[in-house]
Design a protein around this ligand. Structure first.
Ligand SMILES: N[C@@H](CCC(=O)N[C@@H](CS)C(=O)NCC(=O)O)C(=O)O
Length: 210
Protein backbone atom coordinates (compact mmCIF):
# COMPACT_ATOMS: atom_id res chain seq x y z
CA UNK A 1 0.00 0.00 0.00
CA UNK A 2 1.64 3.27 -1.03
CA UNK A 3 1.89 5.85 1.75
CA UNK A 4 4.20 8.67 2.77
CA UNK A 5 5.59 8.82 6.30
CA UNK A 6 5.32 12.58 6.02
CA UNK A 7 6.62 13.46 9.49
CA UNK A 8 9.97 11.87 8.63
CA UNK A 9 10.37 13.81 5.38
CA UNK A 10 11.87 17.28 4.99
CA UNK A 11 9.76 19.85 6.91
CA UNK A 12 7.57 16.97 7.99
CA UNK A 13 7.23 18.07 11.60
CA UNK A 14 6.19 21.55 10.42
CA UNK A 15 3.56 20.02 8.12
CA UNK A 16 2.31 17.83 10.96
CA UNK A 17 2.03 20.73 13.39
CA UNK A 18 0.15 22.78 10.78
CA UNK A 19 -2.50 20.05 10.54
CA UNK A 20 -2.80 19.87 14.35
CA UNK A 21 -3.20 23.67 14.49
CA UNK A 22 -5.37 24.29 11.46
CA UNK A 23 -7.34 21.19 10.49
CA UNK A 24 -10.83 20.69 11.78
CA UNK A 25 -11.48 18.26 13.34
CA UNK A 26 -7.88 18.20 14.56
CA UNK A 27 -5.85 15.32 15.97
CA UNK A 28 -4.75 15.78 19.59
CA UNK A 29 -1.38 14.13 18.87
CA UNK A 30 0.45 12.00 16.30
CA UNK A 31 0.27 9.41 14.89
CA UNK A 32 -2.45 10.44 12.48
CA UNK A 33 -3.45 9.49 8.96
CA UNK A 34 -4.30 12.03 6.26
CA UNK A 35 -6.17 10.65 3.26
CA UNK A 36 -7.21 13.51 1.02
CA UNK A 37 -8.89 15.94 3.40
CA UNK A 38 -9.76 13.18 5.85
CA UNK A 39 -7.59 13.24 9.00
CA UNK A 40 -7.83 10.43 11.57
CA UNK A 41 -5.88 10.21 14.84
CA UNK A 42 -5.51 7.49 17.50
CA UNK A 43 -3.87 4.25 16.35
CA UNK A 44 -6.97 2.16 17.15
CA UNK A 45 -9.23 4.49 15.13
CA UNK A 46 -6.77 4.54 12.22
CA UNK A 47 -6.70 0.74 12.17
CA UNK A 48 -10.49 0.53 12.49
CA UNK A 49 -10.67 2.73 9.38
CA UNK A 50 -7.92 1.02 7.36
CA UNK A 51 -8.66 -2.58 8.38
CA UNK A 52 -11.63 -3.15 6.04
CA UNK A 53 -9.96 -1.19 3.22
CA UNK A 54 -6.83 -3.35 3.37
CA UNK A 55 -8.54 -6.68 4.04
CA UNK A 56 -7.00 -6.77 7.52
CA UNK A 57 -10.18 -7.48 9.49
CA UNK A 58 -13.11 -9.84 8.84
CA UNK A 59 -16.23 -8.34 7.27
CA UNK A 60 -18.81 -9.12 9.96
CA UNK A 61 -19.56 -6.53 12.63
CA UNK A 62 -18.93 -8.73 15.71
CA UNK A 63 -15.40 -9.43 14.42
CA UNK A 64 -14.77 -5.76 13.73
CA UNK A 65 -15.89 -4.80 17.22
CA UNK A 66 -13.74 -7.58 18.69
CA UNK A 67 -10.75 -6.30 16.70
CA UNK A 68 -11.36 -2.77 18.00
CA UNK A 69 -11.78 -4.07 21.56
CA UNK A 70 -8.47 -5.96 21.40
CA UNK A 71 -6.70 -3.02 19.76
CA UNK A 72 -7.93 -0.66 22.51
CA UNK A 73 -6.66 -3.15 25.12
CA UNK A 74 -3.29 -3.09 23.34
CA UNK A 75 -3.45 0.73 23.57
CA UNK A 76 -4.09 0.44 27.33
CA UNK A 77 -1.03 -1.79 27.59
CA UNK A 78 0.91 0.83 25.60
CA UNK A 79 -0.12 3.53 28.08
CA UNK A 80 1.14 1.39 30.95
CA UNK A 81 4.43 0.82 29.12
CA UNK A 82 4.73 4.60 28.73
CA UNK A 83 4.09 5.05 32.45
CA UNK A 84 7.00 2.75 33.38
CA UNK A 85 9.42 5.45 32.18
CA UNK A 86 7.15 8.48 32.70
CA UNK A 87 5.11 7.62 35.81
CA UNK A 88 4.74 11.25 36.94
CA UNK A 89 3.91 12.56 33.49
CA UNK A 90 5.02 13.33 29.96
CA UNK A 91 5.77 16.93 30.93
CA UNK A 92 8.89 15.83 32.90
CA UNK A 93 12.15 14.24 31.73
CA UNK A 94 12.80 10.59 32.52
CA UNK A 95 15.80 11.72 34.57
CA UNK A 96 13.43 13.64 36.87
CA UNK A 97 11.27 10.61 37.67
CA UNK A 98 13.73 7.73 37.88
CA UNK A 99 12.81 6.65 41.41
CA UNK A 100 9.12 6.53 40.58
CA UNK A 101 9.91 4.81 37.27
CA UNK A 102 11.70 2.04 39.13
CA UNK A 103 8.73 1.49 41.47
CA UNK A 104 6.28 1.57 38.60
CA UNK A 105 8.32 -0.88 36.50
CA UNK A 106 8.47 -3.40 39.35
CA UNK A 107 4.68 -3.59 39.45
CA UNK A 108 4.47 -3.61 35.69
CA UNK A 109 6.77 -6.63 35.19
CA UNK A 110 5.36 -8.57 38.16
CA UNK A 111 1.64 -7.92 37.76
CA UNK A 112 0.72 -6.21 34.53
CA UNK A 113 2.77 -8.02 31.86
CA UNK A 114 1.46 -11.43 33.05
CA UNK A 115 -2.11 -10.10 33.28
CA UNK A 116 -2.18 -8.47 29.81
CA UNK A 117 -0.25 -11.20 27.96
CA UNK A 118 -2.14 -13.95 29.80
CA UNK A 119 -5.36 -12.36 28.57
CA UNK A 120 -4.19 -12.17 24.95
CA UNK A 121 -2.88 -15.76 25.09
CA UNK A 122 -6.33 -16.85 26.31
CA UNK A 123 -8.05 -14.86 23.56
CA UNK A 124 -5.83 -16.57 20.98
CA UNK A 125 -6.39 -20.06 22.40
CA UNK A 126 -5.24 -22.73 20.01
CA UNK A 127 -6.28 -20.71 16.96
CA UNK A 128 -3.87 -19.13 14.54
CA UNK A 129 -5.26 -15.58 14.78
CA UNK A 130 -6.61 -13.23 17.42
CA UNK A 131 -9.66 -12.29 15.33
CA UNK A 132 -11.43 -14.65 12.92
CA UNK A 133 -9.49 -17.19 10.92
CA UNK A 134 -7.15 -14.94 8.96
CA UNK A 135 -4.48 -12.36 9.75
CA UNK A 136 -5.90 -9.07 11.02
CA UNK A 137 -4.38 -5.78 12.12
CA UNK A 138 -4.63 -7.07 15.71
CA UNK A 139 -2.15 -9.87 14.90
CA UNK A 140 0.21 -7.25 13.44
CA UNK A 141 -0.14 -5.01 16.52
CA UNK A 142 0.50 -7.98 18.82
CA UNK A 143 3.74 -8.67 16.93
CA UNK A 144 4.86 -5.08 17.48
CA UNK A 145 3.93 -5.12 21.18
CA UNK A 146 5.84 -8.37 21.80
CA UNK A 147 8.93 -7.01 20.01
CA UNK A 148 8.70 -3.83 22.07
CA UNK A 149 8.28 -5.65 25.38
CA UNK A 150 11.18 -7.98 24.57
CA UNK A 151 13.31 -4.90 23.86
CA UNK A 152 12.35 -2.97 26.99
CA UNK A 153 11.87 -5.82 29.50
CA UNK A 154 13.97 -8.81 28.31
CA UNK A 155 14.15 -10.37 31.79
CA UNK A 156 10.38 -10.33 32.32
CA UNK A 157 9.75 -11.55 28.78
CA UNK A 158 12.18 -14.47 29.19
CA UNK A 159 10.14 -15.51 32.25
CA UNK A 160 6.88 -15.04 30.31
CA UNK A 161 7.93 -17.04 27.22
CA UNK A 162 6.78 -20.51 28.46
CA UNK A 163 3.38 -19.04 29.39
CA UNK A 164 2.68 -17.48 25.99
CA UNK A 165 3.58 -20.14 23.38
CA UNK A 166 0.65 -19.14 21.15
CA UNK A 167 1.52 -15.44 21.04
CA UNK A 168 5.21 -16.26 20.49
CA UNK A 169 4.35 -18.49 17.52
CA UNK A 170 1.93 -15.86 16.18
CA UNK A 171 4.65 -13.17 16.29
CA UNK A 172 7.07 -15.47 14.45
CA UNK A 173 4.45 -16.09 11.72
CA UNK A 174 3.79 -12.36 11.35
CA UNK A 175 7.51 -11.63 10.96
CA UNK A 176 7.69 -14.20 8.14
CA UNK A 177 4.79 -12.77 6.13
CA UNK A 178 6.54 -11.71 2.90
CA UNK A 179 5.37 -8.10 2.93
CA UNK A 180 6.00 -7.68 6.66
CA UNK A 181 9.47 -9.23 6.22
CA UNK A 182 10.17 -6.76 3.39
CA UNK A 183 9.01 -3.86 5.58
CA UNK A 184 11.13 -5.04 8.52
CA UNK A 185 14.21 -5.17 6.28
CA UNK A 186 13.51 -1.74 4.77
CA UNK A 187 14.45 1.71 6.00
CA UNK A 188 10.78 2.36 6.75
CA UNK A 189 11.18 0.23 9.84
CA UNK A 190 12.24 2.46 12.73
CA UNK A 191 14.55 0.59 15.10
CA UNK A 192 13.38 0.48 18.70
CA UNK A 193 14.99 3.37 20.55
CA UNK A 194 14.98 5.39 23.77
CA UNK A 195 12.86 8.28 22.42
CA UNK A 196 9.88 6.11 21.76
CA UNK A 197 7.30 4.08 23.67
CA UNK A 198 9.43 0.98 24.36
CA UNK A 199 12.72 2.01 25.96
CA UNK A 200 15.61 -0.24 26.94
CA UNK A 201 16.62 1.33 30.25
CA UNK A 202 18.65 -1.44 31.96
CA UNK A 203 17.65 -0.22 35.45
CA UNK A 204 13.94 -0.73 34.59
CA UNK A 205 14.53 -4.25 33.22
CA UNK A 206 13.61 -5.83 36.53
CA UNK A 207 13.56 -9.61 36.95
CA UNK A 208 10.02 -10.25 38.25
CA UNK A 209 11.15 -13.31 40.18
CA UNK A 210 14.35 -11.94 41.70
N1 LIG B 1 -3.31 6.84 22.14
C1 LIG B 1 -2.56 7.46 21.08
C2 LIG B 1 -1.21 7.85 21.62
C3 LIG B 1 -0.66 9.05 20.93
C4 LIG B 1 0.59 9.56 21.58
O1 LIG B 1 0.89 9.26 22.74
N2 LIG B 1 1.36 10.33 20.84
C5 LIG B 1 2.59 10.90 21.32
C6 LIG B 1 3.71 10.74 20.33
S1 LIG B 1 3.76 9.15 19.63
C7 LIG B 1 2.45 12.41 21.49
O2 LIG B 1 2.89 13.18 20.68
N3 LIG B 1 1.79 12.86 22.53
C8 LIG B 1 1.65 14.28 22.79
C9 LIG B 1 0.89 14.55 24.07
O3 LIG B 1 0.33 13.60 24.64
O4 LIG B 1 0.90 15.71 24.48
C10 LIG B 1 -2.44 6.48 19.90
O5 LIG B 1 -2.61 5.27 20.11
O6 LIG B 1 -2.20 6.90 18.76
Amino acid sequence: VPYADRAREKDGVKAMMRIIREHHPAPFAPPFLKMGEHVIAQTAAILHFLGPRLGLVPEDEPSRILALQLQLTIADLGTEVHDTHHPLGSHLYYEDQRTEALARSGGFVRERIPKFLGYFERMLGDRGHLVGDAASYVDLSMFQVLKGLEYAFPKAMTRMAPKIPGLTALAARVAKRPRIAAYLASERRIALNEDDLFRAYPELDIDPEA
